[in-house]
Ligand binder design. Structure first.
Ligand code: ADP
Ligand code: MG
Length: 211
């Protein structure tokens, strides 16, 4: 089984549906330690991606071009800090599969890891700073480890999702050190980071769609 541009467009459609359904919860989480717009930002972004991908002729569009289109539309639609973070994730994903029309399991895991690395490079957050990185990095590591151990794509993504869920839960006990919520200092303790929560939703949709 390989993944092609049509599968990636379906994946983005699945993410858009999941994020839209999760919009209010994400705004509520952001309302506690941020400015209450995270659900709106993510929903706007993925709805723009869906609109941008819909007219693409998939017979002539390679995964790299599709992912770059996703990056550009997400960036243009989102003014919040999640805009450039996810745009960089999709741009790095595009670069990771350059020249390939069909993606193997290993290619998809490499794409996934490139997304996490892109967010890390763009935002410069480390583990423990209460950001989406606390979900994305352990998820990427878990996917890589599962792939290296000979697991299927479905198993590798399931491992990534479990790690992302653990990471997002762990942000509850962290003091925010990056982004808007870092202004709260100790008062950010006890609350899940909205970006880590939405990362779980994104990874869950990717896992169900590609796995
Ligand atoms: P804004 O803070 O501009 O309103 P959003 O509400 O869309 O943006 O996103 C907030 C989320 O962005 C945070 O919960 C956090 O997970 C993530 N974030 C903020 N800054 C960084 C960073 N430097 N690196 C990684 N993630 C970050
Ligand atoms: Mg916000």
């Amino acid at each position: 089984m390989t993944i092609d541009a049509a599968d990636l467009r379906e994946m983005f459609d699945a993410i858009a549906v999941s994020i839209e359904a999760d919009k209010d919860r994400l705004c509520q989480l952001d309302g506690v330690i941020g400015d209450a717009d995270h659900g709106i930002a993510m929903a706007l972004g993925f709805s723009a991606v869906r609109d941008a991908l819909a007219p693409l002729d998939l017979a002539t569009t390679e995964p790299t071009a599709l992912l770059n289109t996703a990056a550009k539309s997400f960036l243009n639609a989102v003014g919040a800090s999640s805009g450039p973070l996810y745009a960089t994730a999709f741009m790095r994903a595009a670069a990771a599969v350059k020249g390939k029309a069909q993606l193997s399991d290993a290619d998809v895991v490499a794409l996934f890891q490139a997304m996490a690395q892109g967010i890390r490079d763009r935002g410069k957050a480390e583990i423990g700073e209460k950001t989406m990185i606390d979900a994305w990095l352990p998820a990427a590591d878990a996917a890589g480890a599962a792939q290296a151990a000979g697991k299927t794509l479905s198993e590798s993504l399931a491992a990534a999702l479990a790690a992302a869920e653990r990471g997002a839960q762990a942000t509850k006990d962290m003091v925010a050190a990056k982004g808007r919520s870092s202004r709260l200092g100790e008062r950010s303790l006890g609350h899940i980071d909205p970006g880590a929560a939405s990362a779980v939703t994104v990874i869950d949709a990717m896992t169900r769609s590609l796995g």
